[in-house]
Write a protein that binds this ligand. Structure first.
Ligand SMILES: Cc1ncc(COP(=O)(O)O)c(C=O)c1O
Ligand SMILES: N[C@H](C=O)CCC(=O)O
Length: 421
């Protein structure tokens, strides 16, 4: 069977035919046969340079041989224990050694679980109920944060099935806007438990903080007894050795991870100041638990992956990212298009938008129809990016210069088609 036929069947037995909404696109998504290094192959015989990379977890490339060997060996000695194993300590220590704010770490199974637990912990620590997130930020699919969300939830910003009594405690403001947050804290500061922020907003494309914004967040939270949570589910171990907090030199109180930390396997984690983390059960009164938490396969994959992610790795990754972004910028300039080429390190996107994108309001003005023409043409020419203007594109250590040249050429073609040039 081909992808079209499988999708027809899938739609009858899996809602929307996919197991996460962002994977569905018109007329049908391709079904994967296999993925290796920087490439992903479909069952219809197409081979794509992969810039979706499973929405971020794949940093060494698909099925890195060293990681797979270690995982295979771990599989021979157990796949789930329900009791502690020494590797959990080794991975926790690795996180603590790398990440400035991490004094203690608790492993969970996904980014959603990590942000849910971190917010509950901030509420338990402060005794306050309200939380602040940024418009367009995505922190997973749980009730506390599905308010003005980005990623796939941008189509359903206020999901059905969530009690108003929950969402009324979730306040949101535009990113990079000092005044809006200052005003909100003036009005509500004494009720706010935490501010959760993606230091680089990766679920409305790719929006960097302005130079002073993260510093401002640190100061205003400290002054008002509010817990600052960096959601580093995308940026953690991708942006740099110690994540966005090392990259920008700002230390939050708590941090959440997932994606890269699992080396291609499901994982999540939250970490931070010992004084706060000590409140988690069984030590303290904030309950959080999971049958598969600290799963030995994911932990081994994470350990083997982080072992390979040293400072020279990130230097080389940034060099490749710069190369690709510069190529794209040159193309956009040659074609005289008023578009925004954005990104840093291994993250990139093109906004089909004439204005500098600082927040969700501006991002939403992008020409999404043209973006879809561009996406489809890239796919036709062997380059896979997420099918949305409001996702980020990635590169991995496995992407070769040849891959990046192919991507640049396909982008040039696709832009010409989208803009009728
Ligand atoms: C910043 C951010 N936080 C949280 C999540 C939720 O992670 P998961 O899909 O692993 O539940 C995601 C992505 O899905 C994300 O990009
Ligand atoms: N943008 C999301 C994560 O970063 C996409 C993952 C998903 O919802 O499947």
């Amino acid at each position: 069977m081909n992808s079209e036929e499988l999708f027809k069947i899938s739609k009858n037995i899996i809602p929307g035919g996919v197991n996460s909404p962002v994977r569905a696109f018109e007329p049908y998504p391709f079904f994967v046969k296999e993925a290796k290094g920087s490439h992903i192959l479909d069952i219809d015989g197409n081979d794509y340079v992969d810039h979706c990379l499973a929405y971020g977890p794949i940093l060494l490339g698909h099925s890195d041989e060293d990681v797979m060997n270690d995982v295979y060996n771990q599989m021979q000695i157990g796949t789930a224990y329900g009791a502690p194993s020494e590797n959990e300590l080794k991975l926790a220590q690795e996180v603590i050694d790398r990440v400035p704010c991490a004094e203690m770490v608790r492993f969970v199974n996904s980014g959603t679980e990590a942000t849910m637990a971190a917010i509950r912990l901030a509420r338990g620590f402060t005794g306050k109920n309200k939380i602040v997130k940024f418009e367009g930020a995505y922190h997973g699919a749980h009730d506390y944060v599905l308010v003005k969300s980005g990623s796939g939830a941008a189509c359903l910003p206020d999901s059905a099935g969530i009690p108003e009594s929950t969402t009324q405690n979730t306040l949101s403001v535009p990113f990079n806007d000092v005044e809006a947050l200052t005003q909100l804290i003036k009005e509500e500061g004494e009720n706010i438990a935490c501010i959760i922020v993606e230091p680089v907003m990766g679920n409305i494309g790719c929006v960097e903080p302005t130079v002073k914004y993260l510093k401002f967040l640190r100061e205003i939270t400290e002054e008002n007894g509010i817990v600052l949570i960096f959601d580093e589910v995308i940026t953690g171990f991708r942006l740099s050795h110690g994540g966005a907090q090392e990259y920008y030199g700002i230390k939050p109180d708590l941090v959440t991870f997932a994606k890269v930390l699992g080396g291609g396997f499901p994982i999540g984690a939250y970490a931070g100041r010992k004084e706060i983390m000590e409140l988690i059960a069984p030590n303290g009164p904030v309950y959080q638990a999971g049958t598969f938490s600290g799963n030995p396969i994911s932990i081994q994959a994470g350990l083997s992956t982080l072992k390979k992610l040293d400072y020279p790795f990130y230097g080389e990754l940034s060099r490749k990212g710069d190369l690709l972004r510069n190529n794209i910028s040159d193309i956009v300039e040659d074609l005289k298009l008023d578009l925004q080429v954005v990104g840093l390190s291994s993250m990139f996107q093109i906004y089909f938008n004439p204005d500098t994108v600082l927040n969700y309001e501006i991002a939403k003005r992008s020409d999404v129809k043209r973006f879809l023409v561009y996406f489809r043409d890239l796919l036709k020419n062997g380059v896979f990016i997420p099918p949305s203007q409001f996702e980020c594109n990635f590169i991995s250590g496995a992407h070769s210069e040849e891959d990046l040249i192919k991507t640049s050429e396909a982008i040039e073609n696709a832009l010409k088609l989208a803009w009728d040039l």
